[in-house]
Design a protein around this ligand. Sequence first.
Ligand code: CMC
Length: 389
Amino acid sequence: FGLLGYDPAFLNTCSCKSQITFIDGEKGILRYRGYPIEQLAEKSSFLETAYLLIKGELPDKERLAVWTYNIRHHTMTHANLTKFMDGFRYDAHPMGILVGTVGALSTFYPDAKQVSEEESRKLQVRRLIGKIPTLAAMSFRHSLGFPYVLPDNDLSYAGNFLSMMFRMTEQKYEPNPVLEKALDVLFILHADHEQNCSTNAVRSVSSSMVDPYSAIAAGCAALYGPLHGGANEAVIRMLEGIGSVDNIPAFIKSVKSGEGRLMGFGHRVYKNYDPRARIIKKIAFEVFEETGRNPLLDIAIELERIALEDDYFVGRKLYPNVDFYSGLIYQAMGFPTDMFPVLFAIGRTPGWLAQWIEHVKDPEQRIARPRQIFLGAPSRDYVPLDERP
Ligand code: CMC
């Protein structure tokens, strides 16, 4: 194989050059287009951050207004998509529905095949960011048998999503401002994370120059996996299993003896506190002020405190990651655990789109085509069926 390297899971391979997201895992630094995640979480909005990721710079007032208008203009879905949605089983997992319906959008917008045309790309970006919360909320309501709620474009991006999820009467939905802001910040924190599994899937699929709906559906499919989008659900199950603060020492002991992992701890890249986890912990307190304190929060706080003083976790550089507190917040807001990866997908869509555009515009990229080390049978002759032993 000459100079070809063997690198399972691409742990030591850079698959692209990128200007979008910077991570320093040793120091716990995350920046989008140079801006620290802490500043964006505090001062920006999700739609402004989406603009930054996709266009490379923060917008001025006018550009932000046009961008926001354009995205709101694309929140509705075609009526036939509703019929498609209705065809899923009553108990279909919302993330499975999202994978299917995002992919189906490619059949509604055949113009999206013009991947090399900038104007077409811009249109698909607006459509995807506009429609993904609509599809997400429809998938939730379908699973409950509730009628779908049309987008309310007077509301903010997060507020409209909450309305499409939870509105139960004819009356206009008034989102709780604390929960609306918290959800917006959670979307910002999930908006990009360089070459993670789903982004790598989007880039790899896009390299065939397929339309972005198909590529983003591939990203959603990758996120559906428990090792990627499912860890916050596992944290909730773990906290419920521990049951009370008194049981934490025994639980820690079992983790240290290899009987399972402390979910929401450790990260492939961060060998320090995940900067997103710090912000999320603060949001958790703000949300619980509104919704009432979830007893699982007390278990989480104590678990974190004990783990951060324990040589096992400190020695292996295992710190809380983005998933340690996010599930608790989603649960307090009324989202069922099935919806957690769907929320992740809404937040990650601008990142996937920014990476898609960078990939298809990169003259050094070609269709993704890794090689393999072949370990199968050597050449042999075909034996007709009735002559086989
Ligand atoms: N609890 C207990 N021990 C752990 C944990 C944990 N959460 N994570 C790693 N370790 C130990 C592991 O047993 C190993 O110990 P030893 O050296 O004695 O064999 C050592 O730490 C290194 O572990 P690793 O599996 O080689 O580390 P990795 O970089 O391959 O895995 C990880 C990263 C995130 C898969 C892992 O830390 C993990 O399973 N964490 C729990 C699940 C979780 O929270 N996932 C969310 C990740 S962030 C969301 C995202 O970006 O998608």
